[in-house]
Design a protein around this ligand. Structure first.
Ligand SMILES: Cc1ncc(C[n+]2csc(CCOP(=O)(O)OP(=O)(O)O)c2C)c(N)n1
Length: 544
């Protein structure tokens, strides 16, 4: 078997069905091996490596399965870099397959095609784990380790590089089978007892969930019911306990509750909302964390930490708590009042909230919504309710422009039967607009809503508020978005108000193909969402 064949056989053995990417000389043997297995493995060619990597990210985030992409070494890897760091920050199982220059030339600096001084070091700086396949006999084991890394511990991208002349080299390949996976660590019994005691004694606990809890929804809901405690999320954990349920609180409603909270239970979450955004803590607050990553317990030390998988840890807590906690009086009415107050308060963020309500009204309950850093995207984090985990696709802490539309395409490739809507500003949309060609070529029916305020609106507001209105680099002269979409062969539409967007979005979703809807907003006309993302401390100004 050649190395390239062994890599492809390994992908199949690990259940991969789609590879995103762009071919190039170094990876021709890999591309040909993929072509020979074209019936089992779909290849989605993109127009930029950033697109390939974000699509793999969207595929992974929408499903929890490994998202695979292949790019040429050097510039191809660098072009994919923003998506790799997004995947690193936002807990995505991404596999990057790339090449390198010929094995005997690596590290010599002779200026070979696509050469980087030390590509493997670069990849290791962007991933959880990266390795080189030096010979076909190593291929099965390296790939199995890549998948083991993707499926154990904290989920983060990995990369495998193969020198140009090694892809086509043949040898006896003994196995491409998956490696056995170790069970997640069981929670420490003493810590479990301490955590249960703390939790049982708390009067007003708050449960905070993040991307690490995406598969723990049922257990988290049971914990919320047992404790009569609300559950909140910032962006990655949205939908784990949906806001349509009594216990699911938006971040704005949760901030209201936070004033009198006495225990924070973080499950699979970095607690960015509380420690970086709210930055105010009720007196005497205790913290219990459940996280698979032991370094989290050192970075942000809780009163009690359980190093384990989110579902395993939450189930263990439930078992330990049941004998300690009787039946508690339902607090649904109290939570409902918080929801109503939050709903009324966020209505000030216009026109974003009205547009988000129009989208929510049209997008079916099983639909996926992909945010992007923009005035509407920021508001979506607290004003766009979702019903299930993996329905709200986010870039996590990178907050990187350009991730949205391309990520939504990958999600739609993974889940073609589900409606997928991506929102962005005019700035962010043009970071990845070339993938409209991919959408049309491969029939990927994402509906993109572009809120056009003729500029990098968020920066414009910052320059206005913090730099006396000395604007630089924020005004954008845009294309005609309808004509742009049409030139690619996509549907181009326009909406001038939330009511109009309602009908236009219905039409675009019914059409089923790729569509771009432009929504014009006057420059600087959007209310700031930041008061809700970084609320003022309660003493200074009570929450809205
Ligand atoms: C990759 C990347 N480059 C630059 C930025 C800095 N940045 C943050 S918001 C923003 C403006 C976004 O403009 P637009 O997409 O039009 O959305 P708007 O704020 O106008 O709604 C910029 C440039 C970023 N977040 N990510």
């Amino acid at each position: 078997m050649t190395t390239a064949d062994a890599i492809v056989e390994s992908l199949l053995a690990h259940g991969v069905d789609t590879v995103f990417g762009i071919p190039g000389a170094h990876t021709y043997d890999l591309i040909d091996a993929l072509a020979r297995r074209g019936r089992e493995l779909r290849f989605v060619t993109t127009r930029h490596e950033q697109g390939a990597a974000y699509m793999a990210y969207g595929y992974a985030k929408a499903t929890g399965r490994v998202g695979v992409f292949t790019v040429v070494p050097g510039p191809g890897v660098l072009n994919a870099g923003a998506a790799l760091c997004t995947g690193y920050g936002a807990t995505a199982p991404l596999l990057c397959l790339t090449g390198n220059i010929q094995a005997h030339l690596i590290g010599q600096g002779r200026g070979q095609l696509h050469e980087l001084p030390d590509q493997l070091a670069l990849l290791r700086g962007l991933t959880k784990w990266s390795e080189r396949i030096n010979h076909p006999t190593e291929a099965g084991a390296v790939m199995a380790e890549a998948f083991r890394q993707l499926r154990t511990g904290r989920v983060r991208p990995v990369a495998v590089e193969t020198p140009w002349n090694v892809f086509g080299m043949s040898a006896e390949v003994t196995s491409v089978a998956p490696a056995p996976l170790a069970a997640p660590p069981a929670p420490d019994p003493a810590a479990l007892t301490n955590a249960a005691r703390l939790i049982a004694a708390a009067r007003r606990p708050l449960i905070m969930v993040g991307a690490g809890a995406l598969e723990a929804g049922a257990a988290v809901l049971e914990l919320a019911q047992l404790l009569q405690a609300p559950v909140t999320a910032h962006r990655s954990g949205k939908g784990i306990v949906g806001e349509h349920l009594p216990y699911g609180l938006s971040a704005v409603a949760a901030w209201d509750y936070w004033r009198d909270c006495d225990l924070l239970i973080g499950i699979g979450s970095r607690l960015e909302l509380q420690y970086l955004r709210w930055r105010w803590f009720p007196q005497g607050l205790r913290v219990v964390r459940v996280d698979i990553d032991p370094t989290e317990m050192v970075r942000l030390r809780p009163d009690v930490g359980l190093v384990t998988d989110a579902a395993v840890g939450t189930c263990a807590l439930l078992e330990a708590l049941r004998p300690l906690v009787g039946t508690r009086a339902a607090r649904a009415a109290e939570f409902d009042a918080l929801k109503q107050r939050a709903h009324a308060a966020i209505r000030a963020v216009q026109p974003q909230v009205d547009y988000l309500e129009a989208i929510r009204a049209v997008l079916p309950r099983n639909g996926l919504f992909c945010e992007e850093i923009s005035q509407v995207g920021f508001a979506a984090r607290f004003a766009f309710p979702v019903y299930e985990p993996r329905q709200y696709l986010t870039c996590g802490y990178q907050d990187n422009l350009g991730f949205g539309f391309n990520t939504a395409l990958g999600a739609k490739v993974a889940l073609p039967e589900r409606p997928v809507v991506a929102i962005s500003g005019d700035g962010g949309f043009l970071f990845g607009v070339q993938e409209l060609a991919t959408a049309v070529q491969h029939g990927i029916g994402v509906v993109s809503i572009v809120f056009n305020n003729s500029g990098y609106g968020n920066v414009r507001r910052d320059q206005q508020e913090k730099y006396g209105g000395r604007y630089l680099g924020v005004d954008l002269r845009n294309p005609d978005f309808r004509a742009l979409a049409a030139s690619f062969g996509a549907l181009g539409l326009r909406a001038g108000s939330p009511a109009e967007l309602h009908g236009v979005l219905e039409r675009a979703l019914a059409d089923g193909g790729p569509a771009v809807i432009e929504v014009e907003c006057a420059a600087g006309s959007e209310a700031s969402p930041w008061g809700f993302l970084h609320p003022a401390p309660p003493q200074a100004a009570p929450t809205a």
